[in-house]
Design a protein around this ligand. Structure first.
Ligand SMILES: Cc1ncc(COP(=O)(O)O)c(C=O)c1O
Length: 312
């Protein structure tokens, strides 16, 4: 349960049933969202989240209901009311309330926001990934609230003990279900390019800044599934994931072929049942993770210095 909830101009009790049935986000998933991490009571990289929000809104022709300054005031007000130092702010804008019909109605957008406490990942957190076909629509750069393939993939991954799904589109690794993927090979980094097939993460953009500061070479190129064996380190990035070192990558042993090509015609449930897991990549931690740790250290250093962050 979030600690703080806001709906269209007022703070409400998180249990209040405020969203009407004929609300476009509720009925069509007709909206976009952002998740902002709060460290030491300060929203992290809020200006970048607001920029991405603007892009997502304009991609689906919803007017931004607030200026950056108004957004910052709302977010800061909500954080202040929650009295949380470590939290996440969820903010969502949908097309609004109107009689259900596909064409866009001329109504005011709806805004909702929540603040909930977050426990930072343990310093020694590690995880594994399950490769799954990237069956999302082809414009995932828009941070749409339509997340059915993402939640189904995460659920499938968790059912085999992996922390995250690793999406593969036509044999190429795109990203995770709620995180971006990074690969280290011979001391250099690879991450998928900023195109329609990934959500360009705010954490990814920040890690790119860190690589520049540390003088690391980065290739904005996707890694093919077949190249995985040549990779030394893997980590995932995301607002709540932060920088997560990966120790193993699995795939469904019976279905490797469906990762290499377009999905076949057989209709399968989105939450796939994976019976036999095959390990595609594995690295014991003592055998690597040096560059990942270096970036984690640099990341934590910035977080510790929250007082110096710009507002928006
Ligand atoms: C599909 C997807 N990719 C990447 C990310 C990471 O983005 P960010 O670093 O902005 O949280 C997310 C975050 O939710 C996501 O849903």
């Amino acid at each position: 349960m979030p600690k703080i909830a806001y709906w269209n101009g007022r703070f409400v009790h998180p249990d209040d049933p405020v969203v009407p049935i004929e609300e476009r986000g509720h009925q069509f998933g007709d909206g976009v969202y952002e998740v902002v991490r709060v460290y030491h009571g300060r929203p992290f990289l809020l200006h970048r989240h607001l920029l991405r929000l603007k892009r997502s809104l304009s991609a689906i022709c919803i007017d931004n209901p607030h200026t950056d300054e108004e957004w910052a005031e709302l977010v800061e007000d909500a954080i202040g009311r929650s009295d949380e130092q470590d939290a996440m702010v969820y903010l969502q804008v949908t097309r609004g309330i109107a009689e259900r019909a596909h064409l866009f109605p001329a109504v005011q957008p709806s805004v909702c926001l929540t603040v909930r406490p977050v426990t930072a990942p343990a310093l020694d957190a590690r995880g594994s990934l399950l490769c799954l076909p990237d069956n999302r629509f082809a414009d995932v750069w828009i941070k749409s609230i339509n997340l059915l393939p993402n939640i189904a993939a995460k659920e499938t991954a968790h059912r085999v003990g992996a922390v995250e799904a690793l999406f593969v589109r036509n044999g190429v690794i795109t990203e995770g279900s709620s995180s971006n993927a990074w690969f280290v090979r011979d001391g250099e980094l690879w991450t998928a390019p900023d195109n329609r097939y990934i959500l360009a993460g705010i954490t990814r953009s920040f890690v790119l800044d860190l690589t520049e500061r540390l003088g690391l070479a980065v290739h904005m190129e996707a890694i093919a599934l077949e190249e995985l064996a040549t990779v030394d380190e893997i980590f995932m990035t995301g607002t709540t994931t932060e920088i997560l070192p990966i120790t193993a990558v699995f795939a469904d042993a019976r279905k490797m072929s469906y990762l290499k090509a377009l999905p076949d015609l057989v209709k399968e449930p989105l939450v796939a049942s994976v019976e036999s897991v095959h390990t595609l990549w594995e690295r014991p931690l003592h055998d690597g993770g040096l560059l990942t740790m270096k970036l984690q250290q640099a990341f934590r250093h910035v977080i510790a210095d929250a007082a110096s962050w710009p507002r928006v």
